[in-house]
Design a protein around this ligand. Sequence first.
Ligand code: ZN
Length: 56
Amino acid sequence: MAIGTCESCGSEEDVTEVRRVYVTPEDWDTEGKAEPQPGTEQWCYACRAHYPHQEI
Ligand SMILES: [Zn+2]
């Protein structure tokens, strides 16, 4: 961990490198899926607690 600017909310605190994951909820005609996005971002603890991601 290192102090930095969270690329998700802009807060300055301890950030960790993560890969964002876009989650599509299951519906009657589509399968649910989770798609990791290319590239990485620096996220704070709050964003890591609230949004889907993979830690690097
Ligand atoms: Zn954040």
